[in-house]
Structures are given as structure tokens and as C-alpha cells.
Design a protein around this ligand. Sequence first.
Ligand code: CMC
Length: 431
Amino acid sequence: MNGDTLTVIDSRTGKEAILPIITGTDGPPVVDIAKLSKELGLFTLDPGFRSTASCRSRITFIDGDKGVLLYRGYPIDQLAEKSSFVEVCYLLKNGELPTKEQYTKYEKIVTEHTMVHEQLLNSFKGYRRDAHPMAIMVGVVGALSAFYHDSLDIHNPRHREVSSFRLIAKIPTIAAASYKYSVGQPFVYPKNDLSYTENFLRMLFKVPSQRFKMSPVLIRAMDQILILHADHEQNASTSTVRLAGSSQANPFAAISAGIGALWGPAHGGANEAVLNMLDEIGDVSNVGEFVKRAKDPKDPFRLMGFGHRVYKNYDPRAKVLKQACHDVLSELGQHDDPKFKLALALEKIATEDEYFVEKKLYPNVDFYSGIIQSAIGIPTNMFTVIFAVARTIGWITQWDEMIEGGEAIGRPRQLYTGEGFRDYVHISQRE
Ligand code: CMC
């Protein structure tokens, strides 16, 4: 706080409240509005939180106008190029990059927790085979609290640490099992001498009758996808995790709530929607027609993978993924991939179009990630699951920060627009 204030005068009563303006390390300052209700009896209305900071946080920073994303101060493009997903997990959770010794110890602990309780694997059989894997994820991650109740005391830092390791380590195993179950293949147990990402891909693709082998270029691209999706400050799913966790629910329950929020096509489901949209567009010659539809206010169609609540510039994650897309497709000898060509044409036309330019709608992280995952062999309905695997570290770190900060239960207010008080009328007297 630097002494700056905002004075609010209630024109009905002439009463005033002097509200402190608080400045963070970076980003727009915020007005602390606590006195509004205490001194003037007023609440604020901000549906969709377009103008509201819901918490203080030291983890991730986004400058949407400049297209900048920092994890603990480090720019996302440098992390995507030079770091690994496990190192990024350490950074997010601990606030600093690890030394060699710290990294080795951290990776070993994550690796040692990759197996899940056998009964948990049995619980998959309770789902229909044709269930969406995200439906299974919501259920099974929530069910972790039925298996690991020795680490559920949220006020005990050691319990929080153990739960966090369990979540980061087990989420790929659960994600891979949700896929294997849906395709009727046996579950693959983790192989702990592989890297986090190679192990995950092996659990997804290995079948008993064949050896698993994947090009390091593809493994690296998947690792980058995990890095780029690891955290994104107070987005819908993270805010859900914080809100659910603020009631002192256990971390597995809170993260299961976050997975539910992530599922929607306006959030994590968008990369699945991008591929469906590219299928629907079909050919470069149809791009103009679909761009026209996206601009028509009467047509609900939107260009999936375009636009972002915070970025009003090119999403820095999309830049990294566009390059990764080139790398993966060349490695596979698929330079002429029709979906990639279509995506490039769509990006060119949309980013030159007045509507998109004026509304600052640029490709977001989901625009290219689906094409890469598809090339790696990941089915479309698993894309959001991959996002959940990556975002688990962000969720658990944000949850931990909230619990440690002793935040009160989240309880927004409302502007009531329903009926006023009225007396109950017996059914025999209603017309
Ligand atoms: N195609 C066409 N028009 C669009 C699009 C789009 N993809 N996105 C926004 N607009 C228009 C929108 O119709 C509105 O127009 P108007 O001012 O005339 O009413 C204007 O741009 C502002 O849009 P908004 O919906 O008020 O913006 P928002 O911040 O509420 O929505 C969004 C952000 C991501 C939900 C939205 O851009 C969208 O639906 N995009 C497509 C879905 C998508 O790609 N989602 C992934 C988001 S990134 C992943 C993540 O971080 O979770």
C-alpha cells in the first residue's frame, strides 16, 4: 500500500468511504473495497469477475495486453525451451528453481508415488466403457480422498505436502487408466525409470503385445504442452479449486471440482472443440464462410481457439505450440497435414480480419495443442484430460497458498432480482 486512495460518495446519502488503492509487483493496481459494505452498506456487482481480483497471489503473472506469462517471475517461453515439466512443478510449488540436489530428490519423490491403490483401479469398472474420460477423472480424483485419508488434515503442512506429491504423481496414472478403460485395453503400471512425461505416454500407448517406443521429439512436445498448461492464475478451474478449498474441503475434493470446471468448451474443452471445428470446416476453401459465421452476432458459432478473457494479444503459449506443431509434424513426416494447413489459413484470415483485430481476438493456447496431440496419437476426447494432468500442479499450488494464507471461506453476495416477500397460498386457493 502506498497511501493512494479512491473516494466513493453515495449520492443518496452524501456519505463517503475512502478506499485504499493497493499496488502489486506488476499489473493494474486494485481498490480494496472492504469498507464499501462496512461504511456505506454497499456491495459491488461484477458478474464473470471481469474487474475483480479474487485473491492475492505470488505464483503466476499475466500481462494480457503485452502477451506475457510468468511462472514465479520466469517467462513461459524460456521455461518451455529450457526447463522440464517436473522442474516447473518444483518451481511453481516452491517459488524458486531447484538446485541439482533438490531436483533429484523432488523427482524421486514424485516417481515413488506414481502407483495408485489397486482398489482405485478396480473402481474404474463401475463406469460405462463409453463414458467421457473427463467424467471418469472427476469421479476418480475425488475418490482419492477415500484411499489416502492419512493426508487429509489441511491444517497440517506435512499432510498438504504429501497430498500434493500424491496428486502430481498419480494424476498421469489415473488419466492413462481412464483412456485404457475407454478403449478396452489393460491398464499399464508406471515405469519409474522413465521421465514423468515418457512414463505418462507409455501408460497411454503401451499394449502387452508390443514394445513401447516414442521419438524424443514427441515426448519433448508433450512435456512442453504440460509446462504451458501448468498454471494460469485465477482462471475458472483454479478459482473453483480455491472456492471449494476455502470451505476446508480436502485437496482431492477441491481438485475434482476444478476438473469439472475445466471440462467446459469455454475453458479446457476448447482444444477438443478446435479439432471438431477444423473437421467441420473441412477445407481451406470454406474458411471464409466460417469466419463470416463467427462474426455474425445471431449465429452462436465462435472460432474455437480464438480469444481470451485476459490476453488481448497473441497468447505466448500459442507461439511456442505453433513451433512445436512444426517440429512434431516434420518428425512424423506429415508436413502437409491438412488440419495444420487449415489452422494456418484460419489464423491468417482471422488475424487480418477487422472484426478479430478490433476485438483483439488472437489464437490462444488451445489452437495448436490439439493438432500436436492428435499427431502424437492422443484421441480428441483425451485432450482436456491432458490439460487436467498439467494443471494439477497449478491447482494444488494455488490451493496451498490459499490455505497457508488463512483465507476465509469464499462467499460472494448477489443483486437479488426475484420476487419480494409474499405469503404462502394453499394449493386449493391458487388460480
Ligand atoms: N469467435 C468469435 N467471436 C468471439 C470469439 C470467438 N472465438 N471470442 C470472443 N468473441 C467476441 C464475442 O462475441 C464478443 O463480441 P461482442 O463484443 O460483439 O459481444 C467479444 O468478442 C468479446 O468476447 P467475450 O465473450 O465477452 O469475451 P470473454 O472474455 O468473456 O470470453 C472466451 C473469452 C475465451 C470465452 C471467448 O473468447 C471464447 O469463447 N473463445 C472460444 C473458446 C476458446 O477458445 N476457449 C479457450 C480459452 S483459452 C484456454 C484457457 O486459458 O482456459
